[in-house]
Design a protein around this ligand. Structure first.
Ligand SMILES: NC(=O)c1ccc[n+]([C@@H]2O[C@H](COP(=O)([O-])OP(=O)(O)OC[C@H]3O[C@@H](n4cnc5c(N)ncnc54)[C@H](O)[C@@H]3O)[C@@H](O)[C@H]2O)c1
Length: 326
């Protein structure tokens, strides 16, 4: 019996793979390696499949049969907001068609336990913060739309095929649980700032005139290992009731400002580079923080790691990557 992890060779997926392996669980990874790296999941079988390709559903049925899969965690997706605006069709292909193939294969084979990687991007620009799951979803870019469409597919498939599914809406994921599993993509505040510092460039603050305590934007950052543990709780909670789809925020409930994050990063990096302030990005809300109470009450999960842990581990992982690449 094993757990199928799609997109398991990516940043977050590789953390769940390692955590499950450490707990003695059997896993099988399906990934097209477009953004992932099989070296991140050494020791796990990796089957290379483009989940949006014609043969994906049949290929998945074979993987499920061969590895006696009983649960699925679906991470495989593209995740760049700007790219999703420029190439929406690629996002609907890789984020929605891929999920349809995985859900179809689950239905074909009777696998009912399903956890889906959603995103706080489904909320768009929330009217109030903290944001609870009852806030109306209103994505503001194709990436967020594909995640919301994914949740709808999970809901409808749960009804049609008797899945017991959970969609997890992640807030801002950062850090590394192991030095070799850092996030290599400079796409969020932490990884972009690290990338700049490594090039000898000062990190950038986009706007310091928001109505927040220090004037810079406030977000909810979640340590990737806390997030990985939330998946273990979700996996333990699915399978008891057929035809059910639940949605949970995964965040800390604590906001950190851009300046605070960069201060912590400087403590780890000791670069001597003072952040530079540039104008706000249009549409960026001042503060977005998760209300994480529902998952705490229903699944018994809470984040335990600090912003310091997140930023310091992300920096260490970037040092590790720099040494490995050299
Ligand atoms: N990183 C974040 O901050 C964040 C926040 C919210 C939600 N998420 C979601 O979490 C999931 C994992 O994100 P990540 O940060 O690990 O991204 P990642 O890019 O590191 O990993 C995604 C993996 O999916 C694979 N993949 C992409 N398209 C595929 C396809 N068509 N067929 C097979 N494999 C494919 C890639 O090769 C990669 O290994 C994604 O669904 C993402 O939308 C991430």
């Amino acid at each position: 019996m094993s757990i199928l992890i799609t997109g398991g060779a990516g940043y977050i997926g590789a953390h769940i793979v390692r955590l499950l392996q450490e707990r003695g669980e059997r896993v099988v990874v399906v990934d097209d390696l477009s953004g992932g790296d099989a070296r991140r999941v050494a020791g796990a079988p990796v089957v290379r499949v483009d989940l949006a390709s014609d043969g994906a559903r049949a290929a998945l049925r074979a993987v499920i049969a061969e590895h006696r899969v009983t649960s699925i965690v679906h991470f495989a997706a593209r995740k760049q907001v700007g790219e999703s605006v420029a190439h929406p069709e690629a996002y609907f292909r890789d984020n929605v068609s891929s999920l349809a193939a995985v859900v179809g294969a689950a239905a074909d084979t009777g696998v009912a336990r399903f956890v889906f990687s959603s995103s706080a991007a489904v909320y768009g620009t929330p009217a109030a913060s903290p944001v609870s799951e009852t806030a109306p979803p209103s994505p503001i870019n194709p990436y967020g739309e594909t995640k919301l469409a994914g949740e709808w597919l999970m809901r409808d498939a749960a009804t049609a095929y008797g899945l017991d599914a959970i969609s997890l809406r992640y807030f801002n994921v950062a850090g590394a649980g192991w030095d070799d599993l850092g996030d290599p993509a400079p796409l969020n505040l932490v990884t972009i700032a690290i990338d700049r510092i490594r090039q000898g460039l000062a990190p950038v603050i986009l706007g310091d005139d928001y109505d927040t305590p220090d004037g810079t934007g406030v977000r909810d950052y979640i340590h990737v290992l806390d997030l990985a543990e939330a998946h273990l709780h979700a996996l333990a909670a699915v399978g008891e009731e057929r035809g059910r789809h639940r949605v949970y925020n995964v965040g800390t409930g604590r906001g950190s400002s851009v300046r605070e994050v960069l201060d912590r990063l400087e403590e780890a990096a000791r670069s001597g580079l003072e952040p530079i302030v540039e104008p706000r990005r249009p549409g960026d809300p001042p503060a977005v923080v998760a209300d994480p109470e529902l998952i705490a009450e229903e699944l018994g999960w809470r984040a335990t790691r600090s912003l310091d842990d997140m930023v310091a581990s992300a920096w260490r992982a970037s040092e590790h990557r720099a040494q490995t690449v050299r």
